[in-house]
Design a protein around this ligand. Structure first.
Ligand code: GLC
Length: 754
């Protein structure tokens, strides 16, 4: 629709119709006769009885195509303005074809694959009628106690920026010259979240306060959102948390000064679930009317699933031209989003086409192949003593553990994923070995029975434990006694991860640690595969296992991906996007820390007055950027174009990487920079670039990097964003702690010549 017509449409709306466009409800408000709705969901939400559901602007998490057609048809018949509904849903890492969780994808360092995964999720959504997905989530996370780390790109800002850009482009496609702003067929609208810094709650406790300097916010936490917006994200979602005392959903500085003016965001800002009403619980709004006013002033366009905007906005706005102007702006943004999606021309956006074709793209072989490839690249080989892996197909294997043949490996945010579609580990392994070479048993409970209740509504979703624990253990010991090697498939339940899943002690559940201990006494070769939505404390596992594979929640094709790695069809190439602590007391521990005035140097020994613990080392168990391969790589520095630069002068670097092992493999060459001294203390290293390359055995490749001034910039104490003259160190390596090449250079002050 032409923009002028859109503005005319806006002007034609009554106050109730305008406010309705800013309300998001769930499907139950449109099921059954009006009396049922009024006495049911409408009353439960506290909506005034006069509220007309056929003014509502959007629907949350209705994902059944037939239901969407029914709802949209009914709505358009009964609404006065005939503006189509928007259907929005949480399709975070796949619709029916489920990819690895985002934290796992981040370990692939393969952004072409990540973009393809997002594109496939968008296509399946498009075919099934969804218009908007609440993805990507780009909250930086340095604390594995927080459950939603599974949904994040990890601890690093550059990886968050890459993930944001790739995912938005995969979901929405790039901007069309021929139709600026329009979202093409097979694409849907992306909503980047949660603005801002939701991933830094105090003590890793869900929904807790976030408090950080503006320097920390701008340096580490905001760039990921900014990258999503620069890539064209049509929506942003507010965060539940307070930021420095002000709830994000009512934070005018954050949402108008930073998001709209600095980041130049002109799309739709939607609250998180009930977050506008929660301004009252935060102690920030004294009542609903105040909450409505504060949220609109803070630029929040859509009220997700509360009655605040619906009940209060008309009163809050009446007679106030400024507030009326803000309302019109908000409604215009919602109408523009619907127009960019082409809903005025086709409210079903191709859904009928799918139904007529009777062919949706969900779970197509191509989609599953992509999910397999990304799962293979997301898995991280953490340990492989004496090259125990890959297995020979002749090896007799005892597959033991709660994850041995568990299909619930999709993670908690796969709302349309069907576990029946999953290839589990046992199924994957049987593609390689005869059944008489593989014994399979559970060995232990997923969780202690008394811990299940802590999972609330999810407790009943866990598989029933019908066999006595000691019988499970005896079967495991018997099976183990008959084989050459044990594969122990362990992990936290998916319900211990995700929203509301903060843990004070992020380790493997106690029954599984007991099973690990008992099996380790047999002296057999032991491979542990870890399923988790976060970095777990694996120190005990590392002391007992010969090999460790971090599987994360690998999605629909996870079992096949893991089997391909176990038997060497695929050489693992994953590199950690988040640090694995050695102990919970180290949390938060991350690679880009400051040096402090008393760094704990190796030569310090147990010198007391250094930045250290008396009961633990400083270093994590597995550092950021770490991941092993079945092969080995050798780096040599070929050339550096200059070691003194003036402002904006690039440095070209050439290194040579050789695959010195017998397996072909992929290596992610990482480039870190350290600013040795500046007007604010700078981290001991910051990831500034990387290259993932494939090398056949004995093959050598030249890898090039260019250091640009943008890589040297940072936020100073007065938030000025610039580079400063001085000495810099460049570290090139296979992880943040495997630095294989380094050199230093000087950025000369302005005017000083070489
Ligand atoms: C949830 C999450 C958010 C999600 C929204 C809609 O509470 O915080 O990420 O998109 O509600 O389900």
């Amino acid at each position: 629709m032409d923009n002028n017509l859109l503005l005319e449409k806006l002007d034609s709306l009554s106050m109730e119709e305008k406010i309705g466009q800013l309300v998001q409800l769930t499907g139950d408000f449109f099921e059954g006769d009006m009396d049922t709705v009024v006495t049911g969901p409408l009353k439960k939400l506290g909506l005034n009885t006069g509220y007309n559901v056929y003014n509502t602007g959007s629907i949350l998490n209705v994902t059944d195509p037939d239901k969407m057609i029914r709802l949209q048809t009914d709505y358009l018949e009964k609404s006065t303005h005939k503006i189509p509904l928007l259907f929005m849903a949480d399709i975070i890492y796949g619709y029916r074809t489920i990819f690895p969780i985002p934290l796992a994808q981040a370990c692939s360092w393969n952004y072409e694959q990540i973009e393809r995964a997002a594109s496939i999720a968008a296509r399946e959504c498009y075919d099934e009628g969804i218009h908007v997905t609440f993805s990507p989530m780009v909250d930086i996370v340095r604390d594995p106690r927080w459950g939603r780390v599974m949904e994040s790109p990890g601890e690093d800002t550059l990886l968050a920026q890459k993930y944001a850009e790739s995912t938005v482009l995969g979901i929405q496609g790039g901007n069309l010259e021929s139709a600026p702003g329009a979202i093409p067929a097979h694409k849907i609208a992306a909503c980047v979240k949660h603005f801002a810094a939701y991933g830094a709650p105090v003590a890793g406790r869900e929904y807790n306060a976030v408090d950080m300097s503006e320097h920390m916010l701008r340096e580490y936490y905001l760039p990921g959102y900014n990258a999503a917006i620069a890539a064209g994200a049509k929506l942003v979602m507010t965060a539940f948390n307070t930021l420095n005392g002000v709830p994000a959903t009512g934070n005018e500085w954050l949402n108008r000064d930073v998001l709209r003016r600095e980041m130049n965001f002109d799309g739709v800002l939607i609250s998180d679930y009930a977050a506008i009403e929660e301004l009252i619980m935060h102690g920030y709004a004294e009542n609903e009317a105040a909450a409505a006013r504060l949220a609109l002033l803070a630029g929040v366009d859509v009220d997700m699933k509360t009655a605040v905007y619906a009940n209060q906005l008309a009163k809050v706005i009446s007679g106030d031209e400024h507030m009326l102007g803000l309302l019109n702006e908000a409604v215009y943004r919602v109408l523009k989003l619907k127009n960019d999606l082409g809903l005025f021309e086709d409210p079903f956006r191709g859904l009928q086409e799918t139904l007529q074709r009777q062919k949706s793209s969900v779970l197509s072989d191509e989609h599953k192949q992509n999910a397999l490839s990304l799962a293979e690249e997301s898995v991280v080989l953490l340990k492989n003593d004496n090259e125990l892996l890959p297995f020979s197909k002749q090896a007799k294997v005892a597959l033991i553990g709660p994850y041995a043949e568990e299909n619930s490996t999709l993670g908690i945010w796969a709302i349309k994923g069907d576990e029946a579609d999953t290839v589990n580990l046992k199924t994957g392994m049987l593609k390689y070995i005869d059944p008489d070479h593989l014994s399979v048993c559970r060995g232990a409970y997923m969780l202690p029975l008394d811990e299940r209740q802590a999972l609330g509504k999810y407790a009943d979703k866990l598989p029933g434990e019908t066999v006595a624990e000691e019988d499970l253990l005896h079967e495991a010991l018997r099976n183990a006694g008959e084989v050459d090697v044990i594969v122990l498939a362990l992990g936290e339940s998916i319900y211990q991860s995700g929203e509301g899943g903060s843990r004070t002690n992020p380790t493997l559940p106690e029954p599984q640690l007991k099973l690990l201990h008992e099996l380790s006494l047999l002296g057999k070769k032991l491979v542990v595969i870890v399923y988790s939505g976060r970095p777990l404390i694996l120190t005990e596992v590392a002391g007992k296992a010969d090999a460790i594979i971090q599987a994360w929640y690998p999605g629909t094709m996870g079992g096949e991906a893991l089997a391909n790695i176990l038997y060497g069809k695929t050489n693992p190439s994953g590199k950690l996007a988040m640090t694995f602590p050695r102990s919970v007391g180290q949390i938060p521990v991350y690679y880009n820390e400051l040096n402090t005035g008393r760094p704990n140097m190796p030569e310090n020994g147990s010198y007391r007055f250094a930045s250290r613990y008396i009961d633990e080392v400083n270093k994590p168990l597995y550092p950021f950027g770490y991941g092993k391969s079945y092969t080995s790589f050798e780096y040599s520095l070929l050339s550096v174009s200059r070691k003194e630069i003036k402002a904006n002068e690039p440095i070209d670097i050439c290194i040579s990487v050789t695959n010195t092992g017998i397996y072909d493999g992929k290596e992610t060459v990482q480039l870190y920079i350290r600013d040795k001294s500046a007007s604010v203390a700078r981290p001991v290293m910051v990831l500034k670039d990387f290259k993932k390359i494939f090398l056949r055995s004995d093959e050598t490749e030249t890898v090039q990097f260019t250091i640009r001034d943008e890589m040297l910039k940072f936020y100073g104490s007065r938030m000025e964003y610039k580079s400063e003259p001085g000495e810099f160190e460049v570290y090139i390596g296979a992880s943040s702690q495997e630095i294989l090449l380094s050199f230093s250079f000087v950025l000369l002050p302005e005017g000083e010549h070489e």
